[in-house]
Design a protein around this ligand. Structure first.
Ligand SMILES: Cc1cc2nc3c(=O)[nH]c(=O)nc-3n(C[C@H](O)[C@H](O)[C@H](O)COP(=O)(O)O)c2cc1C
Length: 463
C-alpha cells in the first residue's frame, strides 16, 4: 500500500554533488552520500520533483544498480523519512508534509470491507498561506488539502465511515483513491486513535495543542527569540500609557528597615497558606502600597536598540515584564471602592472606574472561584500586554506569559505572608468581562490571572 503514494522531498531539502559526493541538506540537517550508484542519483533527482511512487523509484534503482543498489536506496529512503524530509501524496486530494524529526510513516493492514474510520478529535483545519491545512498535536505531519473534495471527505469523517460510505456524494473519487487517502490519514495519525490510548482520554483539544505547539519536538515552527515584527510593528514601551484624572500616590516601605526586621524566608515559606476569609477590619491602603512596592514596582528601566526592559522584584523572561496589575477594591481602609490600575514606575494607582455592576460581578466571580468564602477585600486582576512578548518571542509567547503569572503569584503569596495578610491565587477569571470593565482591547491586553487579598484574622496569624 505504501507504494501507491507519490513521494517527494520537502521543498527545503536541497541536493548538490561536491567532490564526487551527493550532499543533501535541510535547514537543520546535512547528509553526505559517499558511495552512490547512478540509479540512486536518478531516484534522488526525481524525489525533488515527485510524481513517482516509491515502487516506481525502486524499479528505477534496480534497473540501473541491481539489487545491491536497492538495499542502499531502501536504507537511505527510510533515513529520509525519519529526518522528516519525505512528503507522501494522494492525487488529487492531499499531501502529507512532515513537520518534525523522528518521523514515521507506517501503513497498516486494513480490512476495507469491515473497518470504519473517523477523524481524531485532536485534528483541526485552518487556512495558512492560502491553503487549507489539516494538523493535529498527535501528528508529526501537516496535510495540505488540494481541493474541496479532500475537505469534504474530512468533514464526512466526523462520523465513522467505511470507504464505500465515505465516497458517496463526492464526485470522481474512487474507492481506491479513498483507501489511499485513509492510509495517508492513518499513517499521519489524523484518524481517531484516542479510544485506544488511555493517556489521551483526559487531554482536551486546546490543552494538547497548546502543549505540543508551545514546546519543541512535534513541529518545525521557529521557536524562541525571533524578533519577527522588527521594522513592521513598533515595540510597546515598558510602561503602559494609562490616563486618569484621579491618581493616588502609594506608600513606599523602608526596605532597609524591612531587611533587618522581616520574617525569615524559611518562616514565610513554611507558614504560607491560601486564606479566603478575612478579619472584620479591612486591609489598608498602606498595606496595599507596601505589597505592590515589594512585589511589582519598576526598579530600573533599561533601553536597548530592541526596545525597553526593566528590573522588578520578580524575574521575567527577557526582562520584558508584560504583566500589569489592576486592583479591584471592595473594602480597603483609605481607598474608595472601584477599579484601579497600578502604575509600577510611579508607584501610583490610577482610578479607572467607580463600583458598577461589572465591577461587582468581577468580585462575585472571584468569590465563587474561591469556593464562596468571603467576598475578597481586594481582587488583583493581572493582565498581559501581549505584544511585549510576541514582538520578541515566537511559538512560546503565551506559555511564557502563564509562567510569569505563576512567578508573580508566588511573589505575592510570600510577601503577603510576611506582611501578615490573607492571600489566595485564583485559577479562573473572565477575561472578556474584564476587558469591557477596564476598557482594554482583548487581543491587545487581557486578564491572565487573578489574586485575592484581605486582612488576616488573628487565628490565622501563625508566623
Ligand atoms: C495557580 C493557582 C490557582 C489556584 N486557584 C484557586 C482557585 O481558583 N480557588 C481557590 O480557592 N484556590 C486556588 N488556589 C489555591 C490552592 O487551592 C492552594 O494553593 C492549595 O490548596 C494549597 O494550599 P495552600 O496554598 O494553603 O498551601 C490556586 C493556587 C494556585 C497556585
Amino acid at each position: 500500500m505504501t507504494e501507491s503514494f507519490t513521494v517527494s522531498f520537502k521543498k527545503e531539502v536541497i541536493q548538490i554533488v561536491e567532490n564526487g559526493n551527493i550532499i543533501l541538506q535541510s535547514p537543520k540537517r546535512k547528509l553526505t552520500l559517499h558511495r552512490w550508484n547512478p540509479g540512486i542519483q536518478t531516484a534522488l533527482k526525481s524525489l525533488a520533483y515527485s510524481n513517482h511512487t516509491l515502487d516506481q523509484l525502486r524499479h528505477l534503482v534496480i534497473k540501473n544498480d541491481g539489487l545491491e543498489g536497492l538495499f542502499k536506496f531502501n536504507y537511505y529512503f527510510q533515513k529520509f523519512i525519519n529526518l522528516g524530509w519525505i512528503c507522501h501524496s494522494v492525487s488529487p486530494l492531499a499531501t502529507a508534509i512532515p513537520i518534525a524529526e523522528d518521523y514515521l510513516f507506517n501503513c497498516v493492514n486494513v480490512d476495507w470491507q469491515q473497518q470504519s474510520f473517523s477523524i481524531s478529535r485532536f485534528a483541526y483545519f485552518h487556512q495558512s498561506k492560502k491553503q487549507m491545512v489539516l494538523e493535529s498535536p498527535l501528528s508529526k505531519a501537516k496535510l495540505i488539502l488540494f481541493d474541496w473534495r479532500g475537505a469534504a471527505l474530512i468533514s464526512k469523517l466526523s462520523e465513522p465511515q467505511t470507504c464505500t460510505s465515505l465516497i458517496s456524494g463526492i464526485p470522481n473519487i474512487t474507492e481506491i483513491i479513498a483507501q489511499q487517502f485513509i492510509q495517508l490519514l492513518l499513517a499521519t495519525k489524523m484518524l481517531s486513535i484516542e479510544d485506544k490510548n488511555p493517556h489521551l482520554v483526559q487531554w482536551e483539544f486546546h490543552d494538547l495543542l497548546f502543549h505540543s505547539r508551545s514546546r519543541a519536538g512535534k513541529h518545525d515552527n521557529p521557536l524562541g527569540v525571533t524578533y519577527r515584527f522588527v521594522n513592521k510593528i513598533k515595540p510597546l514601551p515598558v510602561v503602559k500609557n494609562q490616563t486618569s484624572d484621579k491618581i493616588i500616590e502609594l506608600y513606599k516601605p523602608d526596605l532597609k528597615y524591612l531587611a533587618k526586621t522581616d520574617t525569615s524566608l524559611t518562616q514565610v515559606l513554611e507558614s504560607r497558606r491560601s486564606i479566603r476569609n478575612y478579619d472584620t477590619t479591612a486591609i489598608t491602603i498602606q498595606q496595599l502600597g507596601e505589597l505592590l512596592y515589594r512585589c511589582a514596582r519598576i526598579k530600573k528601566i533599561i533601553k536597548y536598540d530592541m526596545g525597553e526592559t526593566s528590573q522588578r522584584p520578580y524575574p521575567a523572561g527577557g526582562a520584558l515584564y508584560e504583566l500589569e496589575i489592576y486592583p479591584v477594591i471592595n473594602s480597603c481602609d483609605g481607598l474608595e471602592s472601584g477599579l484601579y490600575y497600578y502604575q509600577p514606575l510611579e508607584h501610583n494607582l490610577y482610578k479607572i472606574s467607580e463600583v458598577n455592576n461589572h465591577v461587582e460581578t468581577l468580585l462575585k466571580k472571584a468569590c465563587n472561584s474561591s469556593g464562596n468564602h468571603d467576598v475578597p477585600q481586594i481582587l488583583l486582576v493581572i493582565t498581559a500586554r501581549f505584544s511585549r512578548i510576541f514582538w520578541k518571542y515566537q511559538t512560546i509567547g503565551y506559555s511564557l506569559i502563564l509562567k510569569h503569572v505563576g512567578v508573580l503569584y508566588q511573589t505575592l503569596y510570600l510577601v503577603a505572608t510576611a506582611m501578615k495578610l490573607a492571600p489566595c491565587a485564583l485559577g479562573t477569571g473572565d477575561s472578556d468581562l474584564f476587558a469591557k470593565v477596564a476598557g482594554i482591547n482583548y487581543y491587545e491586553e487581557s486578564s491572565v490571572g487573578e489574586f485575592i487579598l484581605g486582612s488576616l484574622k488573628q487565628k490565622d496569624s501563625k508566623i
